[in-house]
Ligand binder design. Structure first.
Ligand SMILES: [Zn+2]
Ligand SMILES: [Zn+2]
Length: 183
């Protein structure tokens, strides 16, 4: 899923911001919190709470790790925990990533083309390229592992059949030997 996002990465900055929101949700789901927070901080200027629709720039937010598309302000998150949100809106048993308030004045210092990941600031393009490589590699490794497992399963299947055949033939021979002995 991450890979397909990178493959379909939009050219326009507005759409790219939305893609950062999706990335943030996916990273939080795979417990890559640093990248989830970094991605969120790129998209946060446009986001609003999904329950009260208040703007979420420069406030603490709660990103649901299960819903993949639910982010709430602190107040609505508290309401969720005390069963005051409509039941179709997420679930209080879900795990949340708490993303601390981001000081948007940092944008003015670092510029739009940069991203802050933990304590380092790097060009957004380099960050994305790195993730692309990382996730492609990971998915290729998974694909390779699967192919190896399948090859192993096939090999043991062939060995199993050979052993079975050998077993049957040796039984036949035993039978033949016994038949001769009985004569
Ligand atoms: Zn809210
Ligand atoms: Zn949820």
């Amino acid at each position: 899923m991450l890979r397909s996002i990178f493959e379909k990465w939009p050219d326009s900055e507005v759409e790219a911001r939305e893609s950062h929101t999706v990335l943030s949700c996916l990273f939080s789901a795979v417990e890559d919190n640093d990248n989830a927070i970094a991605a969120w901080n790129v998209s946060s200027r446009r986001a609003s709470c999904q329950s009260c629709f208040e703007s979420l720039s420069d406030v603490t937010i709660f990103l649901c790790k299960q819903c993949l598309a639910v982010w709430l302000c602190t107040d609505c998150h508290s309401s969720l925990l005390s069963d005051d949100l409509p039941p179709e809106m997420c679930n209080k048993k879900h795990n949340f990533l708490e993303i601390p308030e981001y000081d948007s004045s940092e944008w003015e210092e670092t510029g739009d083309a940069m991203i802050k990941v933990r304590d380092s600031i790097l060009p957004r393009k380099d960050w994305l390229d790195g993730l692309r490589v990382q996730w492609n590699v990971t998915e290729e490794q998974l694909a390779r592992k699967k192919a190896e497992e399948e090859a192993e399963a096939r090999a043991s299947d062939i060995i199993g059949r050979r052993v079975g055949k050998w077993w049957k033939e040796s039984r036949k021979q035993d039978g033949a030997v016994q038949a001769t002995n009985n004569n």
